[in-house]
Design a protein around this ligand. Structure first.
Ligand SMILES: Cc1cc2nc3c(=O)[nH]c(=O)nc-3n(C[C@H](O)[C@H](O)[C@H](O)COP(=O)(O)OP(=O)(O)OC[C@H]3O[C@@H](n4cnc5c(N)ncnc54)[C@H](O)[C@@H]3O)c2cc1C
Length: 375
């Protein structure tokens, strides 16, 4: 049987995206150089300080570099961003001296391998192309500052996955697939712009005159950088809002109730059951996550045993939506979810919520499965 849908997930250089002539919009922020090498004695030089998963060095020479341990066997990644002026990408001796300068000592380095790459801020104009969908780096490119490239690709796959499954199972409506771009593109744009900010406030942008000096003005310069880092860079490492807080509230397949949303903040996440948001997480007991009870399909979370759900269940059955009703009689869950009924999609985002079944249950199930008109 020939394939009915085509997932284009062939990475940043996507040959298939090019074949379809799909445009990428955006820019290259900076060029960077990464060196991978083996230095078995380097970890020992961190004996008097903490060896963290990433060490940032700021030097008055006006470059900023990052050292990242890769393995316990002494493999490292040395990352310089942006490329220092006048240095060629393959000029390992110059980069090695920069590394020695940052560490403050020379040490043996083996098998250096360089990689020159751009920090990108790029998005395909659309992630849908008929029955072909772009996923991951083929659809968007982000600066690595924040660690979101793969994260977004997985988010794309989850969104596209349940929609294609719904269509193949026969209950997904004719408008369902086009909501993939409508939901994912704005989310990716938001995340990519945050990562671009993280990249812009790196390296040279954090360097101040005298910051290496053992003097009063050196102390003042370091204090200024410290404050700048706390203000501008905390979100690079603390990005709960970008990870959990993104929402599909303007999607045509979620039904809102007019409640004001918690602010979308890159760093902080405020759980909310407003339609479009990720269903708030709750541990029901140790090792017992509320998510495990939602199952792989639509789930109607029922937080009051007295509420009738038969009409909604019947409407779902009529169109073939697999729907699980999960009764949870818990004050903590009621307070977190703020409503007695919450309809949760297969990707754990809220499709609708209310204190009773809607008057027109068939209309609701048609909207959430992409079978209703968007206008
Ligand atoms: C320095 C750096 C640090 C990063 N750190 C992070 C991080 O901390 N967290 C994070 O989430 N992301 C991070 N990323 C980004 C992440 O690596 C990418 O976003 C992710 O790998 C993209 O996955 P992908 O599957 O879309 O593309 P790729 O990983 O590029 O995979 C595409 C695959 O398609 C295959 N392929 C290509 N053409 C064809 C074809 N014609 N037929 C069949 N197969 C084909 C390729 O061989 C490849 O295996 C980082 C990136 C960089 C550069």
């Amino acid at each position: 049987m020939p394939s009915q849908y085509f997932i284009i997930a062939d990475g940043a250089q996507s040959e298939f995206r090019r074949k379809l002539n799909l445009r990428m919009e955006g820019e290259t922020l900076f060029y960077n150089q990464a060196w991978y090498f083996r230095a078995p004695d380097l970890a020992k030089l961190f004996a008097r300080t903490q060896l963290s998963s990433m060490t940032f060095f700021l030097n008055e020479d006006c470059y900023g570099d990052i050292l990242i341990p890769q393995t316990a066997e002494g493999h490292w990644l040395y990352h310089v961003t942006p490329m220092p002026e006048g240095v060629e990408a393959d000029d390992w001796p110059t980069f090695r001296n920069m590394l020695y300068r940052s560490i403050g000592e020379e040490f043996e380095v083996f098998e250096p391998q360089g990689r020159y790459f751009g920090s990108q801020v790029r998005l395909a104009a659309s992630f849908n192309f008929g029955r072909a969908l772009l996923i991951g780096d083929a659809a968007h490119l982000t600066s690595p500052f924040g660690g979101f490239g793969m994260n977004m690709g997985i988010g794309d796959a989850v969104d596209a996955g349940w929609k294609i499954a719904a269509i193949l199972q026969g209950w997904g409506g004719p408008r369902l697939l086009e909501t993939y771009t409508l939901e994912r593109r704005d989310v990716c744009k938001y995340i990519i712009e945050g990562a671009a900010h993280n990249n812009k406030v790196s390296g040279k942008a954090l360097v101040r005159p005298y910051m290496e000096e053992d003097s009063e003005r050196g102390e003042k310069a370091r204090e200024e950088v410290r404050e700048f880092i706390i203000r501008e860079k905390t979100q690079q490492s603390r990005s709960f809002g970008a990870q959990f807080g993104y929402r599909y509230t303007s999607s045509p397949i979620v039904v809102g109730d007019g409640t004001e949303l918690p602010p979308l903040q890159y760093g902080e996440y405020t759980p909310s059951s407003v339609a479009g948001c990720r269903a708030p997480h709750l541990w029901l007991s140790e090792g017992n996550s509320i998510y495990d009870h939602f199952g792989p399909d639509f789930c109607l979370l029922k937080l009051d045993p007295a509420v009738d759900t038969t009409a909604l269940e019947a409407a779902a059955a009529e169109v073939g939506i697999p729907l699980k009703v999960f009764l949870l009689d818990s004050d903590e869950a009621r307070s977190l979810y703020e409503r007695k009924l919450v309809l949760i999609r297969p990707d754990q985002h809220v499709a609708w919520r209310g204190n009773a079944e809607p008057d027109d249950c068939r209309w609701l199930v048609d909207v959430v499965r992409g079978a209703a008109s968007f206008h």
